[in-house]
Design a protein around this ligand. Structure first.
Ligand code: PNS
Length: 165
């Protein structure tokens, strides 16, 4: 059974993430979307809130499981018996960041591997950071986040909520 792991901080999950998850799910038997902490970011949603928002966004894809995990990606990779990790690429700067992360992960676990999927053209400027910035100032984020979670994300940003839980 081919298991792919799609890790990220997903704070919040965007249309770009949803598109990568959908496409990745077609090239494996099971896709595990894993919400992990990125210590360099100050999160809007807690890990479990992010997990629930992603579950809502991906409910119609039957071979996708959503989990959250606190720890190193390579440990989760080993525990799940993943064949490879999947990450989306939008730009050259993404490529640099991703290859650095892949090399670090391979130093920790030599069997680690990663597959990059290029993002959908019209989503190349969409990021969780842009969603938070636009939403914080009351801008329209409907073309950036899945419709299934639009209300929750908009409301959290309107309230200017900080991390809890
Ligand atoms: O969506 P992001 O923020 O680019 O995802 C980054 C993430 C969460 C995949 C990365 O920070 C991560 O793997 N975090 C878990 C801790 C870990 O293994 N860090 C070492 C990565 S080199």
């Amino acid at each position: 059974m081919k298991v792919l792991l799609f890790p990220g901080s997903f704070d919040p999950f965007t249309l770009g993430h949803q598109n990568i998850a959908k496409r990745a799910s077609r090239i494996c038997d099971k896709l595990i979307v894993a919400v992990l902490e990125n210590d360099s970011k100050n999160p809007l949603f807690s890990l479990s809130e992010r997990k629930e928002l992603i579950k809502k966004s991906l409910a119609k894809y039957k071979n996708i499981e959503v989990i959250s995990y606190q720890g190193l990606l390579v440990d989760l990779y080993k525990d799940t018996g993943a064949t490879a990790t999947v990450r989306g690429l939008r730009s050259e700067s993404d490529f640099r960041y991703e290859t650095e992360m892949a090399l670090a992960n391979r130093l920790l676990y030599p069997d680690y591997d990663v597959i990059f999927l290029s993002c959908r053209e019209d989503l190349s400027l969409t990021s969780s950071t842009i969603v938070k910035e636009v939403g914080h100032y009351g801008g329209d984020i409907s073309k950036m986040v899945p419709k299934e979670i639009y209300e929750e994300v908009s409301e959290a940003l309107r309230k200017g909520r900080k991390k809890h839980g």
